[in-house]
Design a protein around this ligand. Structure first.
Ligand SMILES: [Ca+2]
Ligand SMILES: [Ca+2]
Length: 230
């Protein structure tokens, strides 16, 4: 088992090495977290920037199922410099637009929570998809060049019991090396991962050490657990 685990780690390292050359430097990722909640509950959901190539302004459109969720607010994560965060006035608008517009002459390269969404659960059960879209013309750096971000949508499971297997990243009911492989592929920026795989990954707990980012540290933490349990 140890040998297999070290293969996974070196595979992840190889993927990381590849990624620096294989992907354009000017593309980041924005994702909205997933959650399991109960009917009537109020909960917060972070919107997270990863591999931020540097922006002066950003605009995001948030879309969700208003029959299942009510948006109560959106708070600035304050990682985009001295940005003015314009949260929009009408929380009932769908899409709901979040804009950041920095007057600084330097790009903001912060990663982590860019906004925290607050929702109330209206539905008794079901799943509410939460999607993000980048308004490309309003997302640019200090040179006024448009900056590309890929987006990863979230899903809110309503009424479901609390996640019993947060380490089951591929959602197959078991926690084993296959989950570590999936995590390694994500960290290595494997572009062939499907939306379904990404949804399951973030419905579980990829951020093992709860620092707000998914990195090799999380892979190491997961491998340690798998090794201990096997
Ligand atoms: Ca699994
Ligand atoms: Ca982490």
């Amino acid at each position: 088992m140890k040998k297999l685990l070290s293969c996974v780690i070196s595979g992840a390292l190889a993927l990381q090495g590849l990624s620096s050359g294989a992907f354009a430097a000017d593309s980041g990722r924005i994702r909205v977290d997933s959650a399991s909640v109960q009917a009537g509950e109020t909960f917060e959901l972070p919107v997270i920037i990863e591999e931020n190539p540097g922006v002066a302004a950003m605009s995001l459109n948030l879309t969700y199922d208003a029959s299942k969720l009510e948006l109560l607010g959106a708070a600035d994560g304050k990682i985009l410099g001295t940005s003015v965060f314009l949260s929009g006035n009408d929380l009932t608008l769908i899409p709901y637009t979040m804009n950041w517009d920095d007057l600084s002459t330097e790009n903001n390269t912060g990663n982590g929570i860019v906004a925290t969404l607050k929702f109330e659960v209206l539905a008794e059960s079901g799943t509410a998809e939460i999607s993000l879209a980048v308004n490309q013309k309003s997302t640019y750096n200090v040179d006024l060049d448009e900056v590309a971000f890929t987006t990863v949508n979230g899903a809110v499971k309503i009424g479901a019991a609390a996640e019993e297997q947060p380490d089951d990243l591929n959602g197959d009911g078991a926690v084993n090396v296959a989950d570590a492989v999936l995590l390694a592929r994500f960290i290595g920026e494997d572009q062939t991962l499907t939306d379904e795989q990404l949804r399951k990954l973030f419905a579980a707990k990829p951020d093992q050490n709860e620092d707000g980012l998914v990195t090799l540290m999380d892979l190491k933490a997961l491998l340690k657990k798998i090794e201990t349990e096997s």
